[in-house]
Structure formats: structure tokens, C-alpha cells
Design a protein around this ligand. Structure first.
Ligand code: SAH
Ligand code: SF4
Ligand code: F3S
Length: 465
């Protein structure tokens, strides 16, 4: 169910907050915001930042200088949680000298009951806490918080509502992410996302198309469609739509030049999607296809619902249809019960596929998931050794794969000036980063660049026209 009425109510709270702020401050107050986790979290960070600016706050890049400090949290691995507790320890000492400072926490980590217990017990100085299901209530909650000195914690267990039409403060004017679905129904046995993000919900195609058309009218030419498993998009809608057909409709939007998407679950990647990608002029030839493990035995226990052979078959089918495709992946090392033989299967798939990039993770035990209850957890030193070996292979294969573009001319979308003055960066459709001598006017434009030197994971090039 989508709800535009709710966004109107929240817009009224934005106005109420700005009235309060104008009464309280003579100069614009400031906020600091930090994001963790996936691109879906980044989008929500942009929404909260957009709301804060509408209220009348200006952004600052140091916690110490801010009247409001906001963290959007992730909990996919334990180290993300540890970082937040670290930040809070630091904020406690700042707040001692600056009691007026407000601290706001939201996002996936807040959906865990033990985190909330800990915040109530040990972090009483945190002012406002909300979760993923009532994210759209931020203006209302913030208004309540401005009117009290006490701690407000509001966490919902579930919500079937999709709230449309929230504001956003986009990082780039020419490219952005667009959520096409929320939540996940897959319950991979190691993963906490379905517990903290709830069941899979797709946005109506009309809402997605309208948003992208508005974005294009506002200068956007590249969109990244986002969901935990975009290949199952549309299955839960009243009038089901496939992801491939959604892509075809998006492709029709005039002025839009590049379409990307993530994440694709291998079990749901259809022939129809491969066909649509192969024919399209706008869908980038880049596919992020998380494999997690190369061992069929481990994949089964992970509840991924494909095996080593199926994954390799899928890769060869995709490569046949789209020979220049760039493939990237996610891999977990040290899943409970993983043997050296299982790990060798992972190395074997990495060798055979030759991913352009692979994100490698050490398995992290997440309370509440089936894998956390498995007895045969792998000792840290064994995991570390496997992780190092995997990383070395991934880097070697990545260099090999991306060097295939050496000497070619590629179209890139220019993003920004790099750290080095006069050197600009952009991305090819394969998501490969290119540095080149350029000028400010090129930001947001598509230019042809000759890829002169391969620097491993990026290229140095020169303007070709
Ligand atoms: N929906 C996406 C993944 C989202 S989470 C998919 O299914 O592909 C991003 C990545 O984090 C996953 O692909 C996985 O590699 C990693 N991850 C998830 N849970 C993890 C855990 N408990 N320990 C280590 N890595 C994990
Ligand atoms: Fe987690 Fe699996 Fe869902 Fe991805 S598909 S978010 S790994 S449960
Ligand atoms: Fe993290 Fe939540 Fe994304 S747990 S990876 S921010 S969905």
C-alpha cells in the first residue's frame, strides 16, 4: 500500500519544526549526519538530510560543531554495531560540555531489541531513536524531540506502508539511487536483513516511473534501481510485474541515459532479464551477482537456493548474451562448518569467472539468524588465513579483468574533481573509475576518454574528443 497522505502530514511537521527553530535561533543551527551500510541506507540518509535542510539546519562535517548529530546505522556485520558504540562514547564527552546537543539514531541496527535495551540502559544521553519501519515519521518524531529533554524511542515491528514523495538532498545532481522495493523474503541463514527490514514490498511501477521522470526533469541522467533482490521485483504487487518489464518501461523515459540496478539474487535472474539487458541501449553492462560461496554444500546451508554449477551456468549464459559484461560479487569466508575443501570451491569459482571486483567479508555471527545457532563456528585464525588467500586471488583476477579495457575509448559520466587539482573522475558503464585531466564544466556530462594506463582498480586516461 502506498501512502501520499502520510507525506503531507510529515510536510506539516517540517513546517512546525522550522517555526520552532526560527523562534529559538537567530542564526541557522547545524547538523552532522553519517551513513553506514548499503545504498538503500544512503538514500534514507539523503532524505533525512533533505528534511533537516528544509527545517532550516545547515550541514557541518564535524560532530563537535553540530547542534544535532544523526547516525543512520547498519547491522549486517557486528563491526558496524561496534563502530556506533564507539561514536556514542565520543559524543558522550562532547555532550557533557554541550548539553543542548541532540543525538539521533535510526536505521537497521535500531530494529534489534538488544540494541534498544543497551541504549536505554547505558546511553541515556541519546535523544531520539527510530527504526526502519517508521522512518517516514522522522519530521513528527523530531518535532516531539525538539519539545522535550527526555529520550524518545519509537520502534515498529513491521509496516506494510510505502510512503511516497519524501524530500531528498541528493549527493550528485546528475545521478541518484531509486528504491524499487523494500525488505527481503529470502532468509539466507547468515543474514539479519529480513529481520530488520521486514518482508519484501515493491513500489507500484507508476510511482517509480513518475519519480524517475521528475528526477530526469531535474537533471538526472543515471539511475541506480535499488532493492535487496531486484530480480523478484513486482511479485507481491496486486497486479504483478516482472523486473525485466519494469526496466523496459524505465528505458522509454526520454533524457535518461544510464540505468543500473542492484542487487541481483542468482536464483531469480531470468532469461527475460538477460534478453532485455542485451538489447537495451541504456542498461549498463554491469551485473552485481553475489555468490557468497563456491561450495554447493555451503550454499545449501546458507539457503541460497542455487549451487556451484547453477551459478557457473548462469555466468556463462550471461556472458554469451552480453560478452562485454562486467561481473562483480560478494563472498563470505568462514561460514559455520566451512572446510578447506569448501573454500577451495570458492577459489575455483573466482578463478573461473574472473570478477571485475569482489567484495569479501569475514562471516559475522548475527543473533537471531539460523547460522548463529550452528555449533561448528570456524576459529578466527583459520578464517583470517582463508580471507587473505581469497583477497590475493580476487585482486589478481580483478586486475586481469579490468585491464581488458586498456587502450580503448570509453564513454564516462564525469562525477567530480579528484583529490588532485585539475584531475577529474568519472565512471564507465562497467562502473570502472577513470581519472583524467579535465575541467569543472565537464561535471555531470558524458565524455569519451581513452584509457591510457591501468592502475589496478582504476584507469588514467585522456579526453578523446
Ligand atoms: N541482498 C543482497 C545482499 C545484502 S547484504 C544479496 O542477497 O546479495 C550485502 C552483503 O553482506 C551480502 O551479499 C553478504 O556477502 C554480506 N553479509 C550478509 N550477512 C553477513 C554476515 N552475517 N557476515 C558476513 N557478511 C555478511
Ligand atoms: Fe540477506 Fe539473503 Fe536477503 Fe540478501 S537475499 S538481504 S543476503 S537474506
Ligand atoms: Fe546494513 Fe540494513 Fe543495508 S543492515 S546492509 S543498512 S539493509
Amino acid at each position: 500500500m502506498s501512502n501520499t497522505q502520510e507525506s503531507k502530514i510529515q510536510a506539516e511537521y517540517i513546517t512546525k519544526c522550522s517555526e520552532l527553530i526560527r523562534e529559538k535561533y537567530t542564526q541557522a543551527p547545524s547538523f552532522f549526519i553519517q551513513n553506514a551500510g548499503c545504498q538503500m541506507n544512503s538514500l534514507q540518509t539523503e532524505t533525512v538530510a533533505g528534511i533537516m535542510k528544509q527545517i532550516g539546519y545547515q550541514v557541518v562535517d564535524k560532530e563537535e560543531a553540530a547542534d544535532v548529530v544523526i547516525y543512520n546505522t547498519c547491522t549486517v556485520r557486528e563491526n558496524a554495531n561496534q563502530k556506533i558504540y564507539g561514536h556514542l562514547g565520543h559524543l558522550k564527552s562532547i555532550k557533557k560540555h554541550k548539553p543542548e546537543m541532540k543525538i539521533v539514531l535510526f536505521g537497521c541496527m535500531m530494529q534489534e531489541p538488544e540494541v534498544i535495551d543497551k541504549i536505554q540502559k547505558d546511553y541515556g544521553f541519546v535523544d531520539l531513536v527510530f527504526g526502519t519501519h517508521n522512518f517516514h515519521k522522522f519530521p513528527e518524531l523530531f518535532f516531539r524531540s525538539l519539545n522535550t529533554n527526555g529520550q524518545i524511542i519509537d520502534i515498529w515491528k513491521e509496516s506494510d506502508e510505502i510512503v511516497e514523495g519524501m524530500p531528498a538532498d541528493r549527493k550528485y545532481s546528475f545521478k541518484t539511487g531509486v528504491n524499487i522495493m523494500y525488505g527481503c523474503n529470502n532468509f539466507c541463514s547468515y543474514c539479519i536483513v529480513p529481520y530488520v527490514r521486514g518482508r519484501e514490498k515493491s513500489r507500484e511501477p507508476e510511482d517509480i516511473l513518475r519519480e524517475i521522470k521528475d528526477l530526469v526533469a531535474d537533471g538526472v541522467t543515471e539511475v541506480m534501481l535499488l532493492g535487496q533482490n531486484v530480480n523478484s521485483y513486482g511479485k507481491t504487487l496486486e497486479h504483478p510485474v516482472t523486473f525485466a518489464s519494469l526496466l523496459q518501461q524505465i528505458e522509454q523515459i526520454e533524457g535518461l541515459r544510464r540505468i543500473r540496478f542492484m542487487t541481483s539474487h542468482p536464483k531469480d535472474l531470468s532469461d527475460e532479464l538477460i534478453e532485455v539487458m542485451a538489447k537495451s541501449n541504456k542498461i549498463c553492462h554491469h551485473l552485481h551477482l553475489p555468490m557468497q560461496s563456491g561450495s554447493s554444500r555451503i550454499l545449501k546451508i546458507m539457503n541460497r537456493r542455487y549451487d556451484k554449477e547453477k551459478y557457473l551456468e548462469l555466468v556463462s549464459k550471461i556472458r554469451q548474451a552480453i560478452p562485454d559484461i562486467s561481473l562483480t560479487t560478494d563472498i563470505i569466508v568462514g561460514f559455520p562448518g566451512e572446510t578447506e575443501e569448501d573454500f577451495q570451491d570458492t577459489l575455483d569459482v573466482v578463478n573461473q569467472v574472473g570478477f571485475d571486483t569482489a567484495f569479501t567479508f569475514i562471516y559475522s555471527k548475527r543473533t537471531g539468524t539460523p547460522a548463529a545457532r550452528m555449533e561448528n563456528q570456524i576459529p578466527g585464525d583459520v578464517v583470517k588465513d582463508r580471507f587473505d588467500r581469497l583477497l590475493a586471488l580476487v585482486q589478481e583476477k580483478g586486475r586481469e579483468a579490468s585491464s581488458r579495457f586498456l587502450g580503448t575509448v570509453q564513454e564516462i559520466l564525469v562525477e567530480e574533481e579528484s583529490k588532485e587539482k585539475g584531475i577529474y573522475t568519472g565512471r564507465t558503464q562497467y562502473n570502472l573509475l577513470v581519472h583524467f585531466p579535465g575541467c569543472k564544466d565537464l561535471i555531470g556530462k558524458y565524455v569519451k576518454v581513452k584509457l591510457d594506463t591501468c592502475k589496478g582498480f582504476y584507469y588514467f586516461g585522456s579526453l578523446a574528443e
